[in-house]
Design a protein around this ligand. Sequence first.
Ligand code: NAD
Length: 477
Amino acid sequence: MNAILDLQTETELTRLDTLFATQQAHFRANPNSSCEERLKDLEILRSLIVNYKDRLVEAVAEDYGHRSTFDTLISDISGTLHSLEYTRKNLKKWMKPSKRSAGLMLAPSKAYVHYQPIGVVGIIVPWNFPIGLSLSPLLTALATGNTAMLKMSEFTPKTNAVLKTMLAEGFAESKVALIEGEVEVATRFSQLPFNHIIFTGSTAVGKHIMRAASANLTPVTLELGGKSPTIIGPDFDVQQAVERIAFAKSINSGQACVAPDYVLMPAEKVTEFIDAYKAYFNSMFKDGINSKDYTSIVNQRQYQRLKSVLKDASDKGAIIDPVRPVAFDDNRHRMIPHLVTGVTDQMTVMQEELFGPILPIIGYQSVDEAHQYVLDHDRPLALYIISNDKALQERFVTNTLSGGVCINDLLMQVAVDDAPFGGNGPSGIGHYHGPEGFKTLSHAKTVLNRGSINFTKLLHPPYDTWFKKTIIRKIGG
Ligand code: NAD
């Protein structure tokens, strides 16, 4: 058995090197594709997604054991198609050279920035949204005239297989190629001298990627995670806050990088929040753990991780409140949301990104206390403010650092196609949505055209004439 696995890995490693060389050769032969060619690629991708939609939905559900069709359609498919459409509409404008001023010193001349494809892009994909997080960077790579190699997660084999067939139907492997494999293949993948790597995954693996990329001076975009806080203001109606938070935390059962990780709220309203959360969750998912609209934890490994986070919190004195009496299904790795109070920073629940249906709730006495808590912790990928108090909104927007902010809702900031998406510090580096994404995967090349009249000769030595001596005296004011 091991010999077979070794052979598969060896075959994939050889394939990896061959594909990389093939893509480099393709790029050398096609270094500057036109807007029409790129739009054609986007159209091919669009129709592939539409044609394969049902097979993709089924495949992710198989990988998860059970995944809500809504979760896949809204988060993986629809988001990608919207981004694609938005990119298609804006591409011509983005590709136009950007005129710049050359300044008086260089007159007469013209300056502009030419946005150029960079080459072969490596895309490393996590398991949680395997369709959206592979195809969204891919569409940016195609829109920028690059070739792309996708390294899929080893935890989504069924989805990988469908995506591989789908992409092969529309693109030659010299332009788009999909790679699978365990950590050995992943490691070699990150060591290839790509012209850019877009990595979506954990902060810990992100560090490996950046280390590997540094050997080749390959630029990286790291889309990582973290503990995204939700601050409920003292002014806000608890029932309404619960409805928004409970829905957001239920998408993919909390297995989303921008899921609300924990809640900071007025201490005196915590009990009301817990009661309302239970009632609202049960009204959304009437069959509880058996609800078909509720997604499973992706696999036993993640399920056991989440259970051990709960055990650690409970052992250290936290109160665990499952939102329904039947809270676990060990065989099918399904878990109902657990609300956790009485937490401390010594518990894993407040140290690691939860990435699942666990929601710690911290009661605060004053907004100052909540603000200080956020400032004392790592910069998150998202920060949610649930309040109509403008001063409170402004305070958190301007005096905290996070990848993005959403006021009076959750997750939806990701859907703003026209704006960048990405973290800061431990939650990520760089962006790939919107015009920022186009710029990330293009080389911004400054072109200075001095034209036919050129006064530079006036600066050549010797500097002994009155005119040149005057110029030298004037340098530096
Ligand atoms: P992960 O970091 O374990 O794996 C991500 C990818 O990296 C997988 O394809 C994996 O095979 C590969 N990989 C693992 N070890 C590697 C190595 N040593 N060298 C090269 N590649 C390696 O992440 P995951 O568990 O698949 O996904 C969950 C994480 O992803 C969470 O932390 C979540 O917050 C984050 N995430 C971030 C975003 C975002 O847009 N910021 C989106 C989704 C998920």
